[in-house]
Design a protein around this ligand. Structure first.
Ligand SMILES: [Mg+2]
Length: 157
C-alpha cells in the first residue's frame, strides 16, 4: 500500500491498486517506453499493478512480460465505461489511475488519485481536467508514487 498525506484534507490517500492505460501512457507506437518496466517492478512491491489496453498495436503481452501485473485486454465498444467499471470493481477509493486518452477520463475522475500524462500522443483535455495531477511523462508520474512526498506537495490544499 502507498500512503499519501495531503495537508488540509482529513483523510490520507491509501492506494492499493494502480491501473494504467497502455498506449500513449506506458507505450508509444505500441512499444513500452524505456525505464517503465523497472519503475513498475518497483511499484509492484507496494501495489497491485493493472494494465488496460485495447491492444491497438498488438503484442502487448510480450511488451509487459517481466512486469508483475494483471493485463486486461479490452474489446468492443465503450471502452470509457469498461475502464471505469474495472476501477469501480477494484474499489475506486483505493485505486490510482494513470492515462492520457479521452477514454481514460472516467477512470481518472473516479479514482482516488488520477494522473494524466501528456507525452508523445498528448492528453485529451477531458482527461486532463478529470485527473488530480498532470505529468509530462510516465516516468515522472510513476516517480510521484515512489516518492509520495512529491504528491503531498502538489496536492496540498
Ligand atoms: Mg492511451
Amino acid at each position: 500500500m502507498i500512503q499519501i498525506d495531503v495537508p488540509g484534507k482529513k483523510e490520507k490517500l491509501l492506494i492499493e491498486h494502480l491501473v494504467l492505460d497502455f498506449n500513449g501512457t506506458l507505450a508509444v507506437d505500441g512499444r513500452i517506453k524505456p525505464g517503465v518496466a523497472g519503475l513498475l517492478r518497483a511499484l509492484a512491491a507496494q501495489v497491485q499493478v493493472h494494465i488496460l489496453t485495447a491492444g491497438t498495436f498488438g503484442g502487448v503481452e510480450e511488451q509487459v512480460a517481466g512486469i508483475p501485473c494483471v493485463l486486461k485486454v479490452l474489446s468492443g465498444a465503450d471502452q470509457t465505461a469498461q475502464k471505469a467499471e474495472y476501477v469501480a470493481a477494484l474499489g475506486a477509493g483505493r485505486t490510482a489511475c494513470i492515462g492520457n486518452g479521452r477514454n481514460d477520463r472516467e477512470m481518472l475522475r473516479q479514482a482516488r488519485l488520477g494522473i494524466a500524462v501528456i507525452q508523445e500522443e498528448g492528453a485529451a483535455i477531458d482527461s486532463l481536467t478529470a485527473a488530480d495531477v498532470a505529468c509530462l511523462d510516465i516516468a515522472a508520474a510513476l516517480q510521484l508514487l515512489l516518492h509520495p512526498l512529491r504528491l503531498t506537495a502538489t496536492l496540498r490544499v
